[in-house]
Design a protein around this ligand. Structure first.
Ligand code: HEM
Length: 153
């Protein structure tokens, strides 16, 4: 016999939800990222050491490179998922790239982000850029006996 005091049976509903992203993107506008890319590569092209290094590979192909770099930074900063490429292979095959060039790259990137963004946003972007720079540096210059330089920590 059923107990009249027992609560009525309810149906258990299973709701499937997409897992939340591991880490929220910075959610910058596409325009803000475009300004970062434009300004940064303009500074790179003016740099006496990095300018000629980039030019030797990218002469005549800057618009395509900047388009890819917008995709890359939107993917990295906003998790847009639109960049596919092989940065390690590309940088490992770059003639004349030296260890210290990454220090110049980071310095310019830090200056550009500080000019364009609030300090907390600039710091967050720089942490991400440095992490990627470190992995590119290690892929190119790392050996079992060395570690990346302190300015990439
Ligand atoms: C001194 C350091 C660096 C130099 C001289 C350099 C130079 C270059 C050049 C010349 C290319 C074009 C390669 C090609 O199309 O064959 C390239 C591509 C690229 N670089 Fe760098 N780079 C440096 C550091 C970095 C760092 C630190 C990052 C990221 C934080 C980065 C991200 C990329 C990406 C995403 C591409 C596009 C690769 C692809 O085509 O998929 N680079 N870089």
């Amino acid at each position: 016999m059923t107990d009249p005091a027992a609560p009525a049976k309810t149906t258990v509903e299973l709701i499937a939800r997409a897992a939340p992203p591991r880490r929220a993107g910075l959610d910058l506008s596409d325009d803000a990222i475009a300004r970062l890319v434009d300004q940064f590569y303009s500074d790179i092209r003016d740099d006496p050491r990095l300018g000629p290094l980039f030019e030797s590979r990218l002469a005549g192909q800057w618009p395509e490179h900047l388009r890819r770099m917008n995709q890359f930074w939107r993917s990295v900063l906003n998790h847009s998922g639109e960049y596919y490429g092989q940065p390690v292979v590309k940088h490992n095959g770059l003639p004349g790239l030296e260890e210290d060039d990454f220090r110049i790259w980071i310095g310019l990137f830090e200056a550009t982000s500080a000019r364009l963004f609030a300090p907390d946003v600039a710091a967050a972007i720089l942490t991400i850029a440095r992490r990627i720079a470190r992995s590119l540096w290690l892929a190119r210059f790392g050996t079992p006996f060395n570690r990346s330089p302190a300015w990439l920590d």
